[in-house]
Design a protein around this ligand. Structure first.
Ligand code: CMC
Length: 427
C-alpha cells in the first residue's frame, strides 16, 4: 500500500491514499471522503484542489517553470513554431518533419468558414467588443457541426479540434474587420498559420499584403506563449462544460467567455490601458501607492499570478520580443520604458516582494501587440485564438479518460433552513 494521509474527524480516523504525479506536489485522493465521513472539503477558488489528472502542461510556480509535455516554454518559444506546439499538445509528441507538414496541411484545409457564418457578424452592433463577437460566433459553430460530431469517437474529436484551431484566426480576423468596417478576407493557404492571420487582419482586397517575417515570428511566438497553461479558469470552464458531453464548439465558447474577464485573459488589455494611464515614469510612485492601498480597488495589471510566485517565464520571452518587434517595424513606444521602470520599482518594493508579485505574461504583451497594430480590444481575442489548442487538447484528454465523470462540485450551504411558504397577502 502506498502513502496514506490520515484524517481525524467526528471522533473517527480515516486513511486516504496519496497519489504521486511524475513531478510536482502529491495529491490526497479524497474521492471516498463524503461516502465515509458525510463531509465535503471546502476550497472555493480551487487553491488546494487538483480538479483532474493531466499529462499536458506542468507549472512550478515557485521556480517559474512552465513545461508543455515536458518541454520548457523558453525552448519552445525560441526554437519551435505554433503549429509544432499545437501538434505537441494535441498528440503528445513534437512532430517529425513529415508529421508537421501533414498537420499544417490538415489545419490549412479547415481555415474557411461556412458562408452562412459570415452573415452572423452582421447581427452585432458595429462597436461590439470583439470578445462578445468571438463568444457568439464560436458558439454558433456548434450549429454547423452538431449532428456530425460524435464526441465518443476519437476521430470526430480530432476533426473538431482541427476545425477549431484552423477557424479561430479566420473568426478573429473577421471580428476585427467587422469593427473597422473593412471587407472580411478569405484565408490564403499559401501562407503560414500566423502569416495568414496577419494578412486576414491587416490586409485589404484592394492590395497585396506582404507579411513581415519578424512580425510573423513574434506573433507566432506570442501564440506559443499562450497555447496552454494547465487548469486555469477558462480551461477548467471548458472541461466542466465538456464534462456533460456538450458540443465542443459550445464548450470552447464557454472558455472564451471565461477568458474575457480582467483577472484572466482580459488583463493584457487592462495592463496596456494602465500603462497609458500612468503615462510617464514620474507618475509610477503614485500608482504603486494606489496598488498597495487596501481601500483602493486599483491593482497593477499584468502583475501577480495564482500559481507563479516567481517571474512568469512567459513574461521573460515577451520582454525580449518587444525590442525585436520595435526594430522590425522601426517604431518605439515610450510606454515600454514606463513598463520597464514600473517593473523595476515594483520588484524592489517590500509589498510586491513579500506577496511574491511578479510580471506575468500580460505585462509586456500589450506593448508588442499595439506596436503590430492591434487595438487593445483585440488583445484578449489573440489570447483566445492561441489558447484554443490548449482548450481542445485538455477537452480531448478529459473525454478519453475512462474514469471521466460530469463535474459537479458541492457546497457549504449557509442559507435559510426549511420554512413554509407564506401566501402573498400575508407577507
Ligand atoms: N496589484 C496589487 N496587489 C496585488 C496584485 C496586483 N496585481 N495581485 C495580487 N495582489 C495582492 C492582493 O491584494 C492580495 O493581498 P492580501 O493578501 O493583502 O489580501 C495578495 O496580493 C494575493 O492576491 P490574490 O488576489 O488573493 O491572489 P489570487 O491568486 O487570487 O489572484 C490574480 C491572482 C492574477 C487574479 C491577481 O494577482 C491579479 O488580480 N492580478 C492582476 C490581473 C492580472 O494581471 N491577471 C493576469 C493573470 S496571468 C494571465 C491569465 O492567467 O489569464
Amino acid at each position: 500500500m502506498g502513502d496514506q494521509a490520515k484524517l481525524s474527524a467526528g471522533g473517527a480516523d480515516y486513511d486516504y491514499p496519496i497519489l504521486k504525479g511524475s513531478v510536482g506536489p502529491d495529491v490526497i485522493d479524497i474521492r471516498k471522503l463524503y461516502g465515509q465521513t458525510g463531509m465535503f472539503t471546502f476550497d472555493p477558488g480551487f487553491t488546494s484542489t487538483a480538479s483532474c489528472e493531466s499529462a499536458l502542461t506542468y507549472i512550478d510556480g515557485d521556480e517559474g517553470v512552465l513545461l508543455h509535455r515536458g518541454y520548457p516554454i523558453g525552448q519552445l518559444a525560441e526554437n519551435s513554431s505554433f503549429m509544432e506546439v499545437s501538434h505537441l499538445l494535441l498528440n503528445g509528441e513534437l512532430p517529425t518533419k513529415d508529421e508537421l507538414e501533414k498537420f499544417e496541411y490538415t489545419i490549412s484545409r479547415h481555415t474557411m468558414l461556412h458562408e452562412q457564418l459570415r452573415q452572423f457578424y452582421q447581427g452585432f452592433r458595429r462597436d461590439a467588443h470583439p470578445m462578445a463577437i468571438m463568444c457568439g460566433v464560436v458558439g454558433a459553430l456548434s450549429a454547423f457541426y452538431h449532428d456530425s460530431t460524435d464526441i465518443a469517437d476519437p476521430e470526430h474529436r480530432m476533426i473538431s479540434s482541427h476545425r477549431l484551431i484552423a477557424k479561430m484566426p479566420t473568426i478573429a480576423a473577421a471580428a476585427y474587420k467587422y469593427s473597422v468596417g473593412q471587407p472580411m478576407l478569405y484565408p490564403d493557404n499559401n501562407l503560414s498559420y500566423t502569416g495568414n492571420f496577419l494578412r486576414m487582419t491587416f490586409g485589404v482586397p484592394a492590395e497585396e499584403y506582404e507579411v513581415i517575417p519578424e512580425v510573423e515570428k513574434a506573433m507566432d511566438r506570442i501564440f506559443i506563449l499562450h497555447a496552454d497553461h494547465e487548469q486555469n479558469a477558462s480551461t477548467s470552464t471548458v472541461r466542466l462544460a465538456g464534462s456533460s458531453g456538450a458540443n465542443p464548439f459550445a464548450c470552447i465558447a464557454a472558455g472564451i467567455a471565461c477568458l474575457w474577464g480582467p483577472a484572466h485573459g482580459g488583463a493584457n488589455e487592462a495592463a496596456l490601458n494602465m500603462l497609458k494611464e500612468i503615462g510617464t515614469p514620474d507618475k509610477i510612485p503614485h500608482y504603486i501607492e494606489r496598488a498597495k492601498d487596501k481601500n483602493d480597488p486599483f491593482r497593477l495589471m499584468g502583475f501577480g499570478h495564482r500559481v507563479y510566485k516567481n517571474y512568469d517565464p512567459r513574461a521573460t520571452v515577451m520582454q525580449s520580443t518587444v525590442r525585436e518587434v520595435f526594430d522590425a517595424l522601426k517604431v518605439d513606444d515610450p510606454l515600454f520604458e514606463t513598463a520597464l521602470r514600473l517593473e523595476e520599482i515594483a520588484l524592489n518594493d517590500p509589498y510586491f516582494v513579500e506577496k511574491k508579485l511578479f510580471p506575468n505574461v500580460d505585462f509586456y504583451s500589450g506593448i508588442i501587440l499595439s506596436a503590430i497594430g492591434f487595438p487593445t480590444t483585440m488583445f484578449t481575442v489573440l489570447f483566445a485564438l492561441a489558447r484554443t489548442v490548449g482548450w481542445v487538447a485538455q477537452w480531448n484528454e478529459m473525454i478519453s479518460d475512462p474514469g471521466q465523470k460530469i463535474g459537479r462540485p458541492r457546497q457549504l450551504y449557509t442559507g435559510p433552513t426549511q420554512r413554509d411558504y407564506v401566501p402573498l397577502d400575508k407577507r
